[in-house]
Write a protein that binds this ligand. Structure first.
Ligand SMILES: Cc1cc2nc3c(=O)[nH]c(=O)nc-3n(C[C@H](O)[C@H](O)[C@H](O)COP(=O)(O)OP(=O)(O)OC[C@H]3O[C@@H](n4cnc5c(N)ncnc54)[C@H](O)[C@@H]3O)c2cc1C
Length: 370
């Protein structure tokens, strides 16, 4: 595309910071840079017409790990690593709330629950037994018990007697959050260009040459906030992980309220506007779900439907309204990668399944590297 003199002069000359990706991380990085550099030219390049990864696709859990996820993580990470990750997720949530405000997030502090299927008896027993241990581990952070046993008052089907409740968990409206974040970026004179896929970048003397599907220009610093699309950039330390979701039509007299976890975080559901939003099932086909495609599959959607019918809404009639999927960025280690990659290039990627929580903090951390 031939740009005009004006376009080159105003948009693409003396660019101080270019951020690739307009998700939670990219926009927080841009806002953190604006705070430190009030008159810098800051550009965000986004390949989708909207953010096209996870930030506008997710379930809106303001969470930091269910008890089964924490127990599972302790099998592959040290206690210190797990506590640090939980601390960062919790601090990230506080930062998100401070930056946007609870009203803009439509934050609802209903708490979160974990439920266990009848067939998962031994893991249920393990989690129940480990409640005091995990609570002791998290006490310095939360100054109170995080996990307590609750009787099921939601009339779920085919589950163990008790749910494990976490009063610190909340739900947000993902659409409202991202619109508020985009609005804040615009208000702070951050220029967001959509439908621009960064295809190449190259270090030059005093910056980086950036090539997209439409333009090329030089920026002083380049930040990748491309999460699930960062496999090549990170030598496969980040892999894409598709997450599929469905949502019902409004259900009269729906009593389910809160965020709910099942099966080590592989399934999750919540109420939203009298509907149930349910996602997960990646564990049914890890290989097939290692993809950036935004399709849904019959295998996983059928499992979600079966859970809805037999476990979540066994006594209700309902209709499924809509299905979609998004792309997460995961790896062997859950810790996000915040790194300087070369002289003028940085990245903040690998948010895993809790980027709503940790994303704002990682945006800030990658900006602080500069
Ligand atoms: C279905 C689903 C449910 C989830 N539920 C929750 C939840 O309840 N709670 C929670 O905490 N987390 C949840 N997550 C995870 C959370 O949404 C993510 O961790 C978080 O949004 C990641 O933010 P990000 O900014 O790092 O990445 P993204 O939002 O994926 O942003 C990266 C952006 O980079 C753009 N991009 C990539 N490559 C290029 C390129 N070459 N050029 C230009 N642009 C590019 C992409 O289009 C994308 O918009 C969920 C994720 C999914 C998919």
């Amino acid at each position: 595309m031939q740009l005009s003199y004006w376009e080159i002069k105003n948009w693409f000359t003396n660019v101080d910071f270019t951020i690739v990706g307009s998700g939670i991380v990219g926009l927080h990085a841009a806002l953190a840079l604006r705070e430190r550099f009030p008159s810098a030219k800051i550009l965000v390049l986004e390949k989708g017409i909207l953010p096209q990864g996870a930030s506008t696709k997710n379930a809106g859990f303001a969470c930091f790990g269910s008890i089964s996820e924490i127990i599972d993580d302790l099998k592959t990470h040290t206690e210190e690593e797990v506590i640090q990750l939980i601390q960062k997720r919790y601090s990230g949530l506080q930062l998100l709330r401070k930056n946007l405000g609870d009203a803009a997030l439509d934050l609802k502090p209903f708490g979160g629950y974990e439920l266990f299927l009848k067939e998962d008896e031994s893991f249920y027993n393990e989690c129940e037994q480990k409640i005091p241990f995990i609570n002791a581990l998290l006490k310095p952070l939360f100054k109170a018990d995080v996990f307590v046993k609750h009787v099921d008052r939601f009339q779920f089907g085919g589950i163990q007697e008790h749910l494990i409740f976490n009063p610190f968990e909340a739900q947000i409206d993902t659409g409202n959050m991202m619109q508020a974040l985009l609005k804040k970026a615009h208000q702070n004179d951050i220029l967001i260009l959509n439908s621009q896929t960064v295809t190449q970048h190259q270090e030059v003397n005093d910056g980086v040459e950036v090539l997209t599907n439409g333009i090329s220009f030089t920026t002083k610093k380049l930040v990748f906030a491309t999460n699930g699309f960062a496999a090549q950039l990170t030598h496969n330390q980040v892999q894409p992980a598709r997450a599929q979701v469905l949502i019902t039509k409004p259900i009269p007299n729906l009593s389910i309220k809160g965020t709910f976890h099942l099966d080590r975080g592989y399934y999750y559901f919540r109420n939203i506007n009298d509907r149930i939003l349910l996602g997960g099932g990646r564990n049914l086909d890890f290989e097939g779900e290692t993809t950036t495609s935004h399709d849904t599959t019959e295998q996983i959607q059928n499992r979600l439907e079966a859970l809805l019918k037999n476990v979540i809404l066994p006594q209700k009639s309902y209709e499924i309204d809509h299905r979609w999927s998004g792309t997460m960025g995961i790896g062997i280690y859950k810790k996000p990668i915040v790194q300087q990659l070369s002289n003028h290039v940085y990245c903040g990627v690998r948010m895993g399944g809790m980027g709503v929580a940790i994303g704002s903090l990682i945006g800030q951390e990658v900006a602080d590297l500069i």
